[in-house]
Design a protein around this ligand. Structure first.
Ligand SMILES: Cc1ncc(COP(=O)(O)O)c(C=O)c1O
Length: 406
């Protein structure tokens, strides 16, 4: 007999690192989720930029159940067909020569940073260990990745932190130039800072980082955990910018909701990661790779990628209209379907309150820090769902300016 479950159980049983919404979703389809009470929500949160094909996509269900009926796991003493197929798909679609699979974005970044260090140590000596990252960046929650991340709130309680990591100011190339030298082994950067507030890098910033890395023989790592797999209207954001990294990390949307991460590498960097230097029990497991292979083949088509650009227009036009009515935002920014609405100064710190009012209206949105409401919907969200969802957002904004809290 199954036990009845309520949201209060979370507060009693779970380690209190999250503050989930007051409802529990139990079923999803496309851009919709329903909670235990049967209330429907338009989902513009997309599981934090994960559910690129929405919920319960028939092709993903087919890929998962087909593989589930064959075998689930062998560990890395054996390879498998879905992993090799997915690796070839990623190689054919990107700059990469080789792929390492893991289970999350943090793990992919951990692998990237370790690869960059090993490459530098092998080729130039152990003095070349410096990592340059950026303030406000987010790269995951392992000790190495919170240290590379530029939000001290996520790392300061866990000191001592790994040494030799410093932080420049995002989009300020002069601040990076003074940090990058011959002792730098890697520069890690998000082409669009996601958690940091949906802030796109400028083209010149990424181009100049590329040039500095070339000059100092450092690896340029693009963290595309949030921007990858079609989110910007290109398969990866580096294609949007025309700046190619040496190492690229991808996760989130790659599995469409099934946990998977990957490190994409050029041959030179991959070649230093010899047998036994790195690994994971579950990385490249056939269930995850079967689903991701399906997700990638659906998303990496002109139809879906152009559709993202079309949807970006729908979102931005309607959000501008909502803003013309309520005057909440000083900027509506982002690329493709990673969109941030930055609150005007008089509403600073209130993004969470707006997201709670939206949930009350039957709409799931994200925040990115305390001042930005973020949208990361399915890349194939239907126009009628965009319209309905943004009508609900307008209703939430109206209640917010009227002084209501949820
Ligand atoms: C840019 C970026 N890198 C890394 C991560 C960490 O990914 P994960 O939570 O899968 O470890 C995130 C998650 O939000 C992210 O946005």
């Amino acid at each position: 007999m199954s036990q009845s479950i309520s949201r209060q159980d979370f507060d009693q049983w779970m380690m209190p690192v999250y503050a989930p919404a007051p409802f529990i979703p139990v079923r999803g389809e496309g851009a919709w989720l329903w909670d235990q009470q049967g209330k429907g929500y338009v989902d513009f949160a997309g599981g934090i930029a994960v559910n690129a094909l929405g919920h319960a996509h028939p092709a993903m269900i087919r890929a998962l159940t087909e593989q589930a009926g064959k075998f689930w796991h062998t560990g890395n003493g054996y390879t498998n067909e879905p992993a090799l197929r997915l690796a070839k798909q990623l190689i054919d679609a990107t700059f990469a020569d080789r792929i390492f699979f893991c289970n999350s974005g943090a793990e992919a970044n951990e692998a990237a940073l370790k690869t960059a260090r090993k490459y530098a140590h092998d080729r130039f000596g152990s003095h070349k260990s410096g990592i340059v990252a950026f303030k406000n960046a987010f790269h995951g929650r392992t000790l190495f990745t919170v240290s590379a991340g530029g939000q001290p709130a996520y790392s300061q309680d866990f000191a001592p932190l790994p040494p030799d990591i410093c932080h420049g100011v995002y989009n300020d190339i002069d601040s990076a130039r003074v940090l990058i030298d011959d002792d730098t082994c890697a520069v890690i950067v998000e082409p669009i800072q996601g958690e940091g507030g949906v802030i796109p890098a400028s083209l010149e910033f990424l181009q100049e980082l590329r040039a500095l890395c070339d000059r100092h023989h450092a690896a340029l790592i693009f963290d595309e955990v949030q921007t990858g797999v079609g989110r910007t209207g290109e398969l990866y954001a580096y294609m949007h910018y025309g700046v190619t990294p040496d190492l690229l990390t991808t996760a989130k949307a790659l599995g469409g909701g099934f946990p998977i991460g990957a490190l994409l590498a050029s041959e030179a960097f991959a070649s230093v990661m010899t047998v036994g230097t790195h690994g994971t029990t579950y990385g490249g497991n056939p269930l995850a790779c079967a689903v991701a292979g399906e997700v990638l083949s659906i998303i990496n088509t002109p139809q879906v990628l152009n559709g993202v650009k079309q949807r970006e227009q729908w979102f931005k036009e309607r959000l501008q209209a909502i803003n013309a009515q309520f005057g909440l935002f000083k900027e509506i920014r982002g690329v493709g379907l990673l969109i941030g609405c930055a609150l005007r100064d008089e509403y600073a710190g209130k993004a969470k309150q707006i997201s709670l009012l939206a949930a009350d209206e039957g709409l799931m949105v994200l925040i990115a820090g305390a001042n930005v409401v973020r949208f990361a919907p399915a890349l194939i969200v239907k126009e009628e769902d965009v319209t309905l969802g943004l009508n609900r957002f307008a209703a939430a904004c109206e209640r917010f300016v009227a002084g209501e809290s949820s």
